[in-house]
Design a protein around this ligand. Sequence first.
Ligand code: PMT
Length: 224
Amino acid sequence: PKQGPLAGRSALVTSGPTHEPIDPVRYIANRSSGKQGHAIAMALAALGARVTLVSGPTRLPDPDGVETIHVERAEEMMQACRDSLPVDVAVFAAAVADWRVISTPAAKIKKQDGAPPPALELAENPDILKTVSGLATDRPALVVGFAAETGDAVEKAVAKRKRKGCDWIVANDVSDGTGTFGGDENAVHLITDAGADAWPRSTKQDVARMLAQRIATYFESESD
Ligand code: PMT
């Protein structure tokens, strides 16, 4: 059996981008590399938690000691998360596409001389964080979201925490030049009921370790 402050606890982590198909060869995506989410899964496992990682397409290896489920689309990520419940804590670090293409033809869309470019009609994807935060049964005791913002990150993240119904939110500034999407470092604020804590710019591994430690502290004080 695993040892550490999170031994006996279970965790769900989402990581990476989603790919929303346009046709069999094209998709809509974003710049998430999965580094932050994967690091969080590893940090929770290192503290003894039983971890399920639901990952969109990344170039990263599956972390040791973590059950990794691979998905492509947001709807698949939603289903995999549902199938992984119940857990004690869920951390949603994936950059889920907000929209998907409504109808995806079975054949590649052909470029035709003189024809106008195709128009893509989009539909809203399920909001995994909001859905899990609002579950009547099987809601994790602690739900942690991320907020990727460009400018006024804390203010926007405080509002996002309310809107999504999660317990904590990790706000990161992903403005041009910060290199947060895809890079090796992150500068975040942890937003809880008690307010916003600014953490020093650190490697994504260190951000993950600090977050896992905070989660362990939460469960320790809960079981007092
Ligand atoms: O993967 P890396 O290159 O290491 O980069 C890390 C990161 C910047 C992607 C990560 O730290 C991060 O901020 N992830 C959340 C990105 C995001 O899509 O943020 P958002 O503000 O759009 O979404 C808010 C929250 O809702 C997030 O927890 C997101 O996972 C969740 N969400 C959003 C949409 C949706 N349909 N379902 C969701 O669960």
